[in-house]
Design a protein around this ligand. Structure first.
Ligand code: FES
Length: 137
């Protein structure tokens, strides 16, 4: 299989995943209604300025937790446009979507930095610090 064909297949699979996840993109409710207290990462393993990817225990959705000088917070890693899988860019400190180029700023409430016109801010995942762990709140 050539690289071109592999890329085409990968792009097709990403597109299919986006279509499957799209209905969830606008309905994701990652609030404390179903809090589990699930341990995400030891706080000592999450220094200021670092991130940690995890899957939410209630909905099995990809998410990312970030630690800054002001605290620990987390966001969904599913693009609010059409459900693409976001990736964290350490140099820009933004979450970027490979499908249509949306970018979100997790340091500013998950707001849209650039995107297709109808893209909404990222849903926040509630987390807390308990017993030296970052947990789902
Ligand atoms: S699905 Fe992310 S920008 Fe369109």
């Amino acid at each position: 299989m050539t690289n071109e064909r592999k890329l085409s297949r990968r792009a097709t699979l990403r597109g299919a995943a986006a279509l499957l996840l799209a209905p969830f993109a606008t309905r994701i409710s990652l609030d404390s209604a179903h809090a589990t207290g699930k341990k995400i990462v030891r706080l000592s393993k999450l220094p200021i300025g670092s991130t940690f990817s995890f899957t939410t225990s209630t909905q099995g959705l990809p998410a990312i937790v970030l630690r800054t000088k002001t605290g620990v917070f987390a966001y969904s890693m599913i693009c609010t446009h059409q459900g693409g899988s976001l990736a964290y860019n350490r140099s820009t400190k933004q979450l970027a979507c490979p499908l249509h180029g949306a970018k979100f700023d997790p340091l500013k409430g998950g707001q849209v930095v650039s995107a297709p016109a109808d893209t909404k801010p990222l849903p926040r995942v509630k987390v807390a610090i308990k017993g030296g762990w970052v947990v789902e709140a």
